[in-house]
Design a protein around this ligand. Structure first.
Ligand code: NDP
Length: 497
């Protein structure tokens, strides 16, 4: 790894083709999208604008690679070894991958390095899952019958990913999908495609056969839509906004295609009066500003017991004041920029609306003028549940405070949302904690911590936050079909004698 203090802005724009059937290709594309670092406003990468013809070529390649068994027909030990090799190559190229992620997304370099290292660990874990996957047997069906339950890879999976954690989110899906024996056609966000293209290249270097991983770049309405609509794609794994998730589900219905969706959230952090407030303040601020708040599981509604609200507020403001917002290439910086001018304007719009709705601005409330496209950590008090700031996902470093008196009220406030992605609970009382764990509707719940975890644990949402689970054994099983097999043991009595 380079000396952290020597990180330099690269001189050249990195240009990528698409990766289809084991090789780089321009395909049918004739146009480019140039990406600027949102933190610097300088060109960093260029990708091709893929077309429906490119999707056709990629899906055909993935279909053939699946149907001829070059991947699903391998012993699981062989798949495991190849996926482990990918993990090793990620570690070899960690600095390059982290740099690409920082430049395209606008996140601090230290954070990108952590995500790349974490992603390599996920690939290692998922490699083992190739061997852990198994079916079941039923030896209790009587003397005449024996039952087996087989898990078979579902086939060709279309993977559509967002811009907030392009490399990490892909790691939470792709190696599990490959471990199950499926092949993939991936469409990354047009703003952040570089590390997805690099992973296809690294997998080929590791020895993953041609056609198993294909990456088509370009826009959602063209490339993403063509993947969702394609009859030879058996399943779609979509991560992004609830609106596009909904249309993905509707469009998948035409071919009764299975979908896995990880969508938005308006996630509560509940702080009981008996909580360790120092720890809670740290966890709340981390969950609010990590990745500049552009995290699906961000905690954006702080639901705090009335007795400790004033003290917690003081601790939160002291923590927020110490966050360094600045150049993403500076290893000391904790928070970088917002992904795009559109998203930047959207976040500032939410802040203005909260102010005009009567919320009290405690800190932040605008951009950091020293850094392009940044938003200062922003906290609102005196909010009401029905305000827009408590209902819609901002996807920026913005949170609001709500207070409660009884545990019943806290849980009702936590569940007062159409989403159900994540929740934090801060308490030293076992009963409060377990009641809240049981009753809050969310796919991921953290107790006295936030955004902790490992690839063993499933991820996904309740309600409008999604369908299906990624990661862990659940994330491999998600991409399998179940077949029940009934075997006569020689005792079958004829139907017609
Ligand atoms: P989108 O849902 O628009 O994009 C996610 C992915 O879907 C991208 O690759 C996008 O392509 C693709 N896509 C867009 N339109 C279609 C389509 N018609 N068919 C198939 N795929 C499509 O999210 P955004 O990036 O625009 O972010 C908007 C909001 O979504 C955020 O403000 C945030 O609230 C939420 N979000 C949630 C995330 C999560 O992790 N749960 C992650 C990111 C965003 P492309 O963008 O290249 O056109």
């Amino acid at each position: 790894m380079l000396d952290a203090s020597l990180v330099q802005f690269p001189k050249d724009t990195r240009r990528f083709q698409q990766f289809i059937d084991g090789r780089w290709t321009a395909g049918a594309s004739s146009a480019e999208i140039v990406r600027q670092s949102p933190a610097h406003g300088r060109d960093v990468t260029a990708i091709l604008v893929g077309t429906a013809l490119d999707v056709e070529a990629a899906v055909r390649a993935a279909r053939i690679a699946f149907d001829d068994g070059r991947w699903s027909g391998l012993p699981s030990s062989a798949r495991c070894k190849l996926l482990r090799r990918v993990a090793d190559l990620i570690r070899r190229d960690a600095e390059d991958l982290a740099m690409l992620e920082t430049l395209e997304v606008g996140k601090p370099i230290t954070q990108s390095r952590g995500e790349v290292a974490g992603a390599a660990d996920i690939w290692d874990y998922a490699a083992g899952m190739a061997q852990a996957l198994h079916g079941d047997s039923h030896n209790n069906l009587g003397d005449g019958l024996f039952g087996m339950v087989l898990r078979e890879p579902i086939g060709v999976v279309g993977i559509i990913t967002p811009w907030n954690y392009p490399f990490f989110i892909l790691a939470e899906r792709l190696p599990f999908i490959l471990a199950s024996g499926c092949t993939a056609v991936i469409k990354p966000s047009e703003m952040t495609s570089a590390t997805t293209l690099r992973i296809a290249e690294l997998a080929a270097e590791a020895g993953v056969p041609a056609g198993v991983i294909n990456v088509v770049t370009g826009t959602g309405p063209v490339v993403g839509q063509a993947i969702v609509d394609h009859p030879l794609v058996d399943m779609v794994s979509f991560t992004g906004s609830t609106n596009i998730g909904r249309s993905t589900m509707v469009n998948s219905a035409r071919h009764i295609k299975k979908v896995s969706l990880e969508l938005g959230g308006k996630n509560p952090q509940v702080v009981f009066a008996d909580a360790n407030l120092q720890a809670a303040a740290d966890g709340l601020v981390y969950g609010m500003v990590a990745n500049a708040g552009q995290t699906c599981v961000s905690g954006s509604r702080f639901i705090v017991h009335r007795d400790v609200a004033a003290e917690l507020q003081k601790l939160l403001l002291a923590k927020i004041a110490r966050i360094t917002v600045g150049d993403t290439l500076d290893p000391a910086v904790k928070m970088g920029s917002i992904i795009s001018p559109v998203q930047h304007a959207k976040v500032l719009g939410y802040i203005e609306r909260a102010k005009s709705d009567g919320a009290e601005l405690l800190c932040g409330g605008g951009a950091n003028t020293e850094l392009l496209l940044s938003v200062l950590p922003t906290l609102f008090a005196e909010t009401r549940p029905e305000m827009q700031i408590n209902r819609e996902e901002v996807f920026g470093p913005v949170a609001s405070l709500l207070t409660f008196e009884t545990a019943e009220e806290a849980i009702a406030l936590a569940n007062d949302t159409e989403y159900g992605l994540s929740a934090g609970i801060w308490s030293t009382n076992l009963q409060n904690t377990l009641q809240a764990v049981r009753r809050i509707k969310a796919g991921r719940v953290w107790v006295n911590t936030f955004m902790a975890g490992g690839p063993e644990m499933p991820i996904g949402g309740f309600r409008q936050s999604g369908i299906g689970r990624e990661s862990g054994i659940y994330g491999v099983e998600e991409y399998t079909e179940i077949k029940s097999v009934h075997i006569d043991m020689g005792a079958r009595s004829p139907w017609l004698v």
